[in-house]
Each structure stands twice: as structure tokens, then as C-alpha cells.
Design a protein around this ligand. Structure first.
Ligand code: TEU
Ligand code: CA
Length: 554
């Protein structure tokens, strides 16, 4: 396996809107990120991924872009971004930016021109169809509710939008569209950025004829939709690689909902010349009920282990994993896979241990490093996420019980991860001197960065130590992964092996004491790090306390 900086690095994801506000308008900004770079350097991360900062009317918080080569007014200017790049590079940190090219905003000049007339030279930049016998062109649904087709008055035709109707899908069949995208990517790379996180990249190719899909709703069958892993997607990505990516020493990660490990090998196989790695969704969909995302199910540790183990095994030596427990689209990992009450500190550290001892590049989401938790607003009016608001409208419209609707939102809303960063215990958690665009989590007085930095036993310092451990041990980066059998449904144990080096990781995912039933491996295990005081430093104590995590060198 080739050594690469992006394999050995640790990514920190910044959601700029909620990170740090420097001018009191209640919205995080680029200068705010620059102000906090020393904090991030202290944590030890090496790569920053920024959610979209381009010009946008913000129907979907920046994922609806109206100008790819300009910065959103609230976030700052191109000069600020250039400063951010040089301040990062000065500190030895890298920057990857979001690339959102499955769709644009309906306020992008291309779309304004495209919708103006059927004869427009931009018409074919998007996917236009006339209705079928007075009905929509097909039965595809938008990810955010309702049909994926919107009828446009000017020409009486429909355009496709897999997300909101302010996010029309680009037509990748059109070589002019692809060339413009590639040119724009080069423009950014020449500014010195170090790579891209590619939004919905496995949706850019749609099956010819745009056939109806057999099933619209279930996430389980997402992979079979005519717009997922479409017929030309690999051709497009190889073209992008040849024309753009290959010329730079950068990293790329593609967001790919609805992929198996086999699909992943096609997108990110070492010999494929497409992407460096992808985000897959299996882990974060374990608790989807049969009705999908808003149907709250239960996740179980054996399934959790299976998913991780399957991906670790399948990609080893062939492609590269990316590991994340949450992002800006997901609830807080701590509230979901850990325990955000009594065992908040222990379980946050347990999740850190997992994330930083797997093969693949780890992604930490802002606030994860201090154990931020989900939010539960009483009123729907305090929510901002378009997917949440659409779900509420639709569910209440279908006369679903309001209390149940709010419960689902409390568990699943994307706003769980989008509340402002909790910097200190001052008003608005020190995030802004003005009115925050979304309310701060009321627990900021206890949970904040300033407290964490004062406490040597904090979650923050545990992350820092784990990141350091990974940095100094290639075994944790490149080593082979083996799941060890333990009948206990609460414990997760695995080995990482690299030549003669071996690490053993033991995680108790329960709020009870559990006993390890392992017979092997040996008695001279050396304790390296854990989230509890440990008296036995050589050999393994089989008693695992609630959410206890330990790493041994064998
Ligand atoms: O998300 C794409 C995606 O697959 C979503 O449907 C995801 O499954 C959902 O948000 C989970 O709740 C990307 C971005 O990450 C997201 O923030 C954008 O809203 C979306 O694309 C459209 O650009
Ligand atoms: Ca601001």
C-alpha cells in the first residue's frame, strides 16, 4: 500500500456557518476560522474540510451555489479565503473544499439562462423534459420530499432536482458542462487548495431515458435507483482525473450514498484513477427504520461491528477507507452511538478511540472533540434545515401526530450537528456577539472548549493524545484489521497488525460492566491508552467498566 499524506492525516470538518462569528451578524465566517487555527493546530488535526463557502441564496445552506468562483457575502471575500489558505499552510495544515457539481442553485447564471427559453445555448446544461400525458416525466422523488420534477412556467417543461427545487441537477451528458466544471476546479486548485470533498458525486450520471424507478422510498434499495452509480459515472470521473486531478498532489473524497464495498473499489481503487476515497453510508443508516431516515430504528453492536469489519477487510490493500461517525447531515455521534448523559465523557472518548484506530482517514466533525450533543428544540420554528422543515410539513400534512414528528426530528434532524460551536460559557457560547442564526445548545455552560482546555482529563485532550498515537504508529494507519470474536453483545475487540507490530483495541459499548471472554491474546499486553484509570498496566484486565475503551500494544 502506497504511503500518502492524506492516508496519514486526520481531517477536521468545519461547518463555517456555525463555527465562529467575528462581525456580530450571528453567522460564522472565514475570519472566524482563521482566528481559531491555533486551537485546531493544538488538537493535532492536519487537514481541514470546509463545507461550501461559495455564493449561495442558502436554500440548503450553501449546497445551492449561484457562483462557484466567489464567496458567500456572509462568509467574507476571496481575499479572506486566500488568507485562510496561507495561514493554514504556514501551520502545515491542508485545506479541502466542498465541490457541489451534481446541481447548482436556480439562481446560478447558467440556470437563469437555461430556463429562459428552449433555444437558449444553456438549455442543455440542465435536465429538461416535457410531461408525460399531463404528468411528471417520471416517478423520481426528491431526497428532501415531494417529486424530483418542477414545472417551469417560462417554457412549460419540467426540470430535474434530486434535492430542493432551488437545486436543479446539471446535465453531465453535456461535454460543455463538464469542461466548465473542470475549469472551475483548476481555478481553485491553482489558488493552492489541497483537494475536494465531492458532494453526491455518484449521482452525476443518470440512466438514459430516465426510466421510472421501482421503488422510491426505502434507503435500503437506494443503490437500484437510475441516478445512483449511473452508467457513465466512472467514465466522467476518469475524465475528471485525467483533465484535472492527476496534475496536482491533492486528496479527493467522494460522497457516495448507496454503494457497496465493490462499488467503492471502482470509485477509489488504487489502480482506477478516479477518487482517493469515498464516504459510504452503511454505518449511519443502521438505525433507519423500514420507512427510511425519519423512521427511527435501533442500531445494534453486532451489526455495527459487521459494517466496519466488512469495509476494513474489503478495501485493505486495494482502496482506502474514510471513517466518520457524523457530519453536518447526521445527528451527533455521541448522542447516537454513545451516551450523552451520565457517560458523556467516557463514551465520547470511546468513540474517539474507535475513530482513530481504524484503517482509513479519520474525519472529526466540529464539536465532536469536546463531546457536543444533540439539540431538542420544542418549536419547529427554531429549526433551520430545509430537509427537517420539509419533513415536518409533509408529516403534519399527512396528519401524523405532532409529538411523534418532533420526536423524530429531535433524533434525526441535521440541525443536531449544526448548532453553534460552544467556545466558552459566555452568552451564545462565545460563538457570536449578535443573534445566532440558529440557537445555541443550552448545555454550553458545561460543555465548551474553554472548559475542556482547562481540564487535563477532558475529551479534547483525549482526542489530542489519540491523534498523536496514530501519527507515531504506522500500524494504526496501514495495519491489517482483524475482528476478534467475543460473544458479548456489548464489547467490540479488534487487532491491528503491521509487520511485527500489533495493537489490540477493546471497546465496551454499554452502560454496564461487561467481562471480556477473550482467551487470546497473551499476558504481556502493554497498556497504551484508555478512558479510565487502569491499575493493571501489563496484561489485560477482563472487567470492562461502562463505555470503557483501552488500547494495548502486544
Ligand atoms: O448530501 C447528500 C445526501 O445523500 C443526502 O441526501 C443525505 O443522505 C442526507 O442529507 C442525510 O440527511 C449532500 C450534502 O452533504 C447535504 O448537506 C446536501 O444537502 C445535499 O448533498 C445536497 O447538496
Ligand atoms: Ca459573521
Amino acid at each position: 500500500m502506497k504511503r500518502r499524506w492524506w492516508k496519514e492525516g486526520v481531517v477536521y470538518q468545519i461547518y463555517p456557518r456555525s463555527f465562529y462569528d467575528t462581525n456580530g451578524d450571528g453567522i460564522g465566517d472565514l475570519r472566524g476560522i482563521i482566528k481559531k487555527l491555533d486551537y485546531l493546530k493544538e488538537l493535532g488535526i492536519t487537514i481541514i474540510w470546509l463545507n461550501p463557502v461559495y455564493k449561495s441564496p442558502n436554500d440548503d445552506n450553501g449546497y445551492d451555489i449561484s457562483d462557484y468562483q466567489n464567496i458567500m457575502d456572509e462568509f467574507g471575500t476571496l481575499d479572506d479565503l486566500q488568507n485562510l489558505i496561507s495561514e493554514l499552510h504556514k501551520r502545515g495544515l491542508k485545506l479541502i473544499m466542498d465541490l457541489v457539481v451534481n446541481h447548482t442553485s436556480d439562481e446560478h447564471l447558467w440556470f437563469i439562462r437555461s430556463r429562459s427559453s428552449k433555444q437558449s445555448p444553456f438549455r442543455d446544461y440542465y435536465i429538461w423534459r416535457s410531461g408525460k400525458n399531463g404528468r411528471k416525466p417520471n416517478n423520481w422523488k426528491s431526497f428532501f420530499g415531494g417529486s424530483a420534477w418542477e414545472k417551469d412556467k417560462a417554457t412549460d417543461e419540467y426540470y430535474l432536482h434530486l434535492f430542493t427545487k432551488k437545486q436543479p441537477d446539471l446535465n453531465w451528458e453535456n461535454p460543455e458542462v463538464r469542461d466548465k466544471v473542470y475549469k472551475m476546479m483548476k481555478w481553485w486548485l491553482d489558488k493552492g487548495i489541497d483537494g475536494f470533498r465531492m458532494d453526491c458525486i455518484n449521482m452525476i450520471s443518470k440512466e438514459a431515458g430516465l426510466p421510472d424507478t421501482d421503488e422510491c422510498d426505502s434507503r435500503k434499495t437506494l443503490r437500484t435507483r437510475p441516478f445512483i452509480n449511473g452508467p457513465r459515472v466512472h467514465e466522467f470521473l476518469q475524465e475528471m482525473n485525467t483533465k484535472v486531478l492527476a496534475g496536482y498532489d491533492i486528496m479527493t473524497v467522494g460522497e457516495c450514498a448507496g454503494v457497496t464495498t465493490e462499488d467503492a473499489m471502482k470509485y477509489a481503487g488504487e489502480d482506477r484513477h478516479e477518487l482517493d476515497m469515498i464516504f459510504q453510508f452503511e454505518l449511519v443508516e443502521l438505525d433507519f427504520g423500514p420507512e427510511g431516515k425519519w423512521d427511527i430504528g435501533q442500531w445494534k453492536l453486532p451489526d455495527f461491528k459487521n459494517v466496519i469489519s466488512r469495509w476494513q477487510k474489503a478495501l485493505h490493500g486495494k482502496a482506502w477507507n474514510s471513517n466518520y461517525l457524523m457530519n453536518h447531515d447526521q445527528p451527533r455521534a455521541l448522542s447516537r452511538f454513545g451516551h450523552d448523559g451520565k457517560y458523556r465523557r467516557e463514551s465520547a472518548k470511546l468513540l474517539a478511540t474507535l475513530l482513530l484506530t481504524l484503517e482509513g482517514t479519520p474525519y472529526i466533525y466540529q464539536g465532536e472533540e469536546v463531546g457536543m450533543t444533540n439539540i431538542a428544540f420544542d418549536s419547529i420554528n427554531d429549526y433551520r434545515d430545509v430537509a427537517t422543515l420539509n419533513f415536518y410539513q409533509e408529516a403534519v400534512g399527512n396528519s401524523m401526530d405532532k409529538k411523534r414528528v418532533m420526536e423524530a426530528i429531535h433524533y434525526r434532524s441535521r440541525d443536531n450537528s449544526r448548532t453553534p460551536m460552544q467556545w466558552d460559557s459566555s452568552e451564545n457560547a462565545g460563538f457570536t456577539k449578535g443573534n445566532p442564526w440558529i440557537k445555541v445548545n443550552p448545555n454550553y455552560k458545561q460543555i465548551n472548549i474553554s472548559e475542556a482546555l482547562k481540564d487535563p482529563d477532558s475529551i479534547f485532550y483525549y482526542y489530542k493524545r489519540m491523534i498523536e498515537l496514530r501519527k507515531h504508529n504506522p500500524c494504526l494507519v496501514y495495519g491489517d484489521y482483524t475482528l476478534l470474536k467475543d460473544e458479548d453483545e456489548n464489547i467490540y475487540v479488534y487487532l491491528r497488525t503491521y509487520g511485527k507490530e500489533r495493537f489490540l483495541v477493546i471497546l465496551n459499548f454499554s452502560d454496564n460492566i461487561s467481562f471480556l471472554k477473550l482467551t487470546e491474546p497473551g499476558s504481556h499486553a502493554e497498556f497504551i491508552i484508555g478512558n479510565y484509570e487502569v491499575s493493571v498496566k501489563t496484561g489485560i484486565d477482563k472487567k470492562m467498566r461502562p463505555y470503557e475503551a483501552r488500547v494495548y500494544r502486544l
